[in-house]
Ligand binder design. Structure first.
Ligand SMILES: NC(=O)c1ccc[n+]([C@@H]2O[C@H](COP(=O)([O-])OP(=O)(O)OC[C@H]3O[C@@H](n4cnc5c(N)ncnc54)[C@H](O)[C@@H]3O)[C@@H](O)[C@H]2O)c1
Length: 248
């Protein structure tokens, strides 16, 4: 599988490393990272050069993701997107992919563990509906270079709660006294790859659902898995599709 890495920062490099490790383990070149694209060469890569790959994996920034996705759509190259912080445009991009037979897969978090966390979070929200003595809030902790807050992962988990828990109708990134608002607290601490906590608390006890990433390998491995899965598919997909989870 020929891969273009769009964005060669922390995540692009982690994906490249995991691809090389997998090739070594398998004793053959399953993953061929044949195009590495970053700000210095982005404008000099032609559509024809991009079309030489089977899939593009995009991890850049909130401000550049949509332009890169459209570039891949234009070249008819399947694109796996990990950049976060641009999700106000996600529905339009998904619809465009579906209407125009493009292959697009976005996940705010590619780690398999986080996707299990998402699934349990949805289930928990569902069963907490009748237990209104519990209030819910969220916390996310990331490294200090992270550009968006709340994290795409926290936002995804928050929207999953709001969709299922009738007593919450919106979220805010500050602590509020409004009972219908789901509070998401964002903390930035050096070298933290990503921690997410969903807490339900009553006057008598507390339930914490916690996911802690130890490093970036989980995101990188999940993105490669998604890239393989996306081959020969058309439409807009998520990690739930890759992992075969049925959304509650
Ligand atoms: N979905 C996930 O699982 C997941 C996991 C970690 C990070 N992220 C997100 O992925 C994005 C990248 O994270 P990172 O930690 O690798 O960031 P980073 O800052 O280390 O790397 C981003 C790279 O993209 C490059 N870049 C910027 N604009 C570009 C453009 N127009 N074309 C090509 N390259 C460009 C930068 O020069 C840099 O090398 C962020 O939005 C982050 O929040 C997602």
């Amino acid at each position: 599988m020929k891969i273009a890495l769009i964005g060669y920062g922390k995540m692009g490099k982690a994906i490249h490393q995991i691809a090389q490790e997998k090739n070594e383990r398998l004793g053959k070149k399953v993953y061929d990272v044949s195009l590495i694209i970053d700000v210095d060469n982005r404008k000099s890569i032609t559509k024809e050069e991009l079309q030489q790959v089977d899939v593009a994996i995009e991890f850049t920034s909130p401000h550049t993701a949509v332009d890169n996705i459209k570039w891949c759509f234009d070249a008819d190259v399947p694109v796996v997107v990990g950049s976060t912080g641009w999700t106000e445009k996600l529905d339009k991009i998904k619809q465009f992919a579906i209407d125009n037979n493009k292959a697009f897969l976005f996940a705010p978090n590619f780690s398999i563990g986080v996707n299990v966390f998402f699934e349990v979070n949805r289930y928990l929200a569902q069963i907490m509906n009748d237990l209104d003595e519990y209030d819910v809030n969220m916390e996310e902790i990331h490294h200090t270079e992270k550009k968006d807050a709340p994290s795409g992962t926290a936002l995804h988990a928050a929207l999953d709660v709001i969709q299922r828990l009738k007593r919450k109708s919106n979220w805010e990134n500050v602590d509020t006294n409004d009972n219908s608002t789901l509070t998401i607290i964002s903390k930035r601490i050096d070298n933290v790859p990503g921690t997410h906590i969903v807490t339900y608390e009553s006057s008598i006890d507390k339930i914490d659902l916690i996911h802690t990433a130890h490093n970036r390998k989980g995101f990188a491995g999940g993105a490669l898995l998604a890239a393989e899965w996306l081959q020969n598919k058309k439409g807009a997909f998520s990690m739930e599709d890759v992992l075969g989870f049925n959304k509650l």
